[in-house]
Write a protein that binds this ligand. Sequence first.
Ligand code: ZN
Length: 298
Amino acid sequence: MRSPICLLEAQIAGAPFNVAPEKASLCAQQRDNHKIDFVMVDEPKFGVRVRLDADSQTPEIVLPIASLEYLWAFSHYCWVLTQEYAAAQRAGAKQFDCVGNERLRESTHILQWAKANLVNSGTAQWPEFGPRPKQDSDSCDDSRVATELFLCTIAWILHHEIAHVVLQHPMIDTAFSEQEEREADRYATDWLLDGLPQDDPRLRKRALGLTVAVLCLQSLEVDTVSCLRNTHPAAHDRIFKNTAIYQVGNDEVVEAMCTVVLQYLFHDTGISADVDGASFSEILGELLYDISRAKSGS
Ligand SMILES: [Zn+2]
């Protein structure tokens, strides 16, 4: 097997339907109307995108295996980091060590491997030891949660790509405009969250999926050398826009995950959150503001 992520191929292809079962038939209709197809390829850099198939001239969504591997590893890390951070906070810890225990070290290791593979050949073999995607496991371990989160995340990304087709954005060789990217983001976010009441338990899982997606894109923009293939709106802006549209419950789980993961991502750049803020929404708002200022060089 090329990669353990290929074990999830059917679930990945089914993700746009299964993420919001109440809209699955509409999704199937769009796929059939526009003849949208998927293709898994081997190439480096984060490059999930839609293009016209050279022969049939119908849209196909390109899923590079290395991008999917990174997305899975990133989902795993977001979950583990947020859990461990919350546990440390509950225990009243003054400091948080990102590699303070085996669970964190294993998750970090896989994420670092996936990132290195993304910027190199994109064809390295998944490490023999440590967390990995599994087809179906009855256990409730971190890998199982990571897969659940990953499938929500890839569903948001796929709906973003489907949006470019459905909204009839011109599919030329150059990148989509920033306006078109925003429309596709909004479409994907609405697809996952629109129509669910605020206290619906399904809302939280889907909201975490889109959060991991936008955080993942941010994680590839922190370094000066971009690992992204095409130009998208600044990731901090996407995080703000896509997480602020819907109120998800009142426990601020989305804001908490964003804050914890962004602190980790920006650890080396001197940007850190003032965690004494009144709420996670407030903390996150200030953190995103700091990031945007740093990015624009002011
Ligand atoms: Zn796009």
